[in-house]
Design a protein around this ligand. Sequence first.
Ligand SMILES: *Cc1c(COP(=O)(O)O)cnc(C)c1O
Length: 357
Amino acid sequence: MINVTKTFLPPLKKYQKYLKQIWESNQIANGGKLWYELQATLKEYLDSPNLILTSNGTLPIQIALKTLAKNGEVITTPFSYVATTAAIVWENCTPVFVDIHPKYLTIDETKIEAAITDKTTAILATHVFGNPCNVEEIERIAKKHRLKVIYDAAHCFAVKYKDQSIFNYGDVSTCSFHATKIFHTGEGGAMFCKDPQLYEELFYRHNFGHKSATEFSGLGINAKMSELQAAMGLAVLPYVDSDIEQRKRVYDFYREALIDTQLNMIKLRDGVEWNYSYFPVIFSDEKELLKAQKALNEKGIFSRRYFYPSLNSLPYTKLPGLEISESVSSRILCLPFYAGLKPQQLKVITNKLIASE
Ligand SMILES: *Cc1c(COP(=O)(O)O)cnc(C)c1O
């Protein structure tokens, strides 16, 4: 069986080494030794000094929206994982969808201004599959209309854009450290924020609003990363670079095998140093996709329809008229993509795809 992703697990001994430290300190939450260590190590690895570790990658989106979007209209992409839209609705904001670019698959920045009203408070865009949005243009629009910018950068661990971490863009960026992502802590995530005052507010919010044991800065929630999660992160992190290198080899194999077919591949934005996080292919229509997916399934090969449906068609959004996103969503399939895939397995996958054309 070949799954779409395979969770990277570090050698058990390495994880146990960190667990032993937890047993010695007898502290499993609220800023223990490993939490500090992971925080410091990630700041350096990502070259992003303003990081807050969180318990998953969804709560930081919600905290950022609560803090910056203030129940307003939030301009967002319909092509992302459901968490992006769900967070907006969960925070009592109104999602306003703007269609996507047909090749980059990120929000089409040329259509943002037409969607702005006097109720708009923020833009929440996803660097989908680790491919950056047009961050310069989004920043220009946001400044002009006094809007806040939040990036769902869940797919972006280790992604750089114009020589700096993609997490350094926007008022707040968030990441997921879920097991299906490039780097994981079991479940986990982070938010990034350059402004010191906003950083402080986000930090308080992720810990119930605590300023100290008895003083509260405002409304908060529990989004803290535990010591057990930090232990997993510390054990996984040393392997991330070689994991990405091996993914690059898988990527090269796929590209070469599929370049002369009818299948379209994602176009990466110039200036990106990518993390090889996903391998999506776009079929000419949904029928072709379903045929290929079935042919793969029969061989025990499991692809995933990331991202389907287009998020404007969720039961709690139901907004029609996002032609490109709806069309791409119905035709895009993510192929199995992880470091351990062997050439022999890749051959089976690509041959099946080519045969089903
Ligand atoms: C994975 C993901 C999330 C959610 O992250 P969790 O850590 O699973 O909460 C949010 N947005 C996008 C785009 C994702 O892919």
